[in-house]
Design a protein around this ligand. Structure first.
Ligand SMILES: Cc1cc2nc3c(=O)[nH]c(=O)nc-3n(C[C@H](O)[C@H](O)[C@H](O)COP(=O)(O)O)c2cc1C
Length: 222
């Protein structure tokens, strides 16, 4: 059975990012995938430690073998047909936790051999789901796509397929804005957007999950 993992790179388990990811996985499940969520903030790990076990001749070649809370996750992701990575945007970037995972996920498959490409054992479909406070227009004006694109190109290179990008903009950040010093934000406008647009963003995420499962199904049938 096809397996699609959802990696939550955000700290909040019931907020915008986790909700988008949940919709993505529901879509994938509705299209026949077995799905599993991994909450990175529950795990104890760091980014790449430059131990180079993944480059060493022998059984650890091509495998991140540093033993900590991430290692079992990396073992699981090795078997994946698809992976959806979700992150709130922090200072124009994905979170440090997701970055830490990606350093290790990518680097183990990054060949130092002459003429070597990716060491990933099979094609893995990927999607990235971003949620952020800014509007789409502001995101572009502030240059986020270029910054995020630098990381996205490693998905294509490593897993032999372009990642699908899914966004939620202008997200609602607190349950009660009156409790916070946050009058920079236009709360009524944000609440309206949250009520009207966020359900559509979730539907987009759901549809993307269906599409990923369909792409995997088509590949398997070839
Ligand atoms: C530390 C921190 C930094 C943030 N930086 C940005 C940013 O650079 N741009 C942006 O649009 N939103 C930024 N945000 C807002 C979050 O990306 C946004 O509220 C997101 O939807 C939160 O996801 P969550 O509801 O799943 O926690 C930041 C939030 C935090 C906590």
């Amino acid at each position: 059975m096809m397996k699609i993992y959802g990696v939550n790179g955000g700290p909040r388990k019931n907020w915008n990012t986790a909700t988008m990811l949940e919709h993505f996985l529901q879509g994938a499940r509705s299209a026949g995938a077995e799905v599993e969520t991994i909450h990175l903030f529950d795990l104890d790990y760091t980014g790449c430690r430059s131990c180079f076990l993944c480059k060493r001749r022998g059984p650890t070649y091509g495998r991140c073998s540093y033993r900590d809370g991430l290692q079992p996750v990396l073992e699981k992701l090795r078997q994946a047909d698809g992976i959806a990575f979700a992150s709130p945007i922090y200072f124009h970037q994905i979170t440090a936790q997701l970055r830490g995972l990606l350093e290790r996920l990518f680097f183990q498959y990054h060949s130092f051999e002459r003429g070597g490409g990716s060491l990933a054992p099979q094609k893995i479909e990927t999607a990235v789901l971003y949620t952020m406070n800014v509007t789409e227009e502001e995101m572009r004006r502030r240059g986020y796509p270029a910054v995020l694109g630098d990381t996205e190109q490693y998905f294509s290179y490593t897993f032999y397929a372009e990642p699908q990008r899914i966004y939620a903009f202008d997200t609602y950040e607190f349950t009660d804005y009156s409790q916070y010093q946050a009058d920079y934000w236009d709360e009524p406008a944000k609440r309206r957007w949250h009520q009207e647009q966020f359900p559509r963003d979730c539907q987009n995420a759901f549809d993307a999950g269906v599409q990923m499962a369909a792409r995997i199904g088509t590949d398997a049938g070839r």
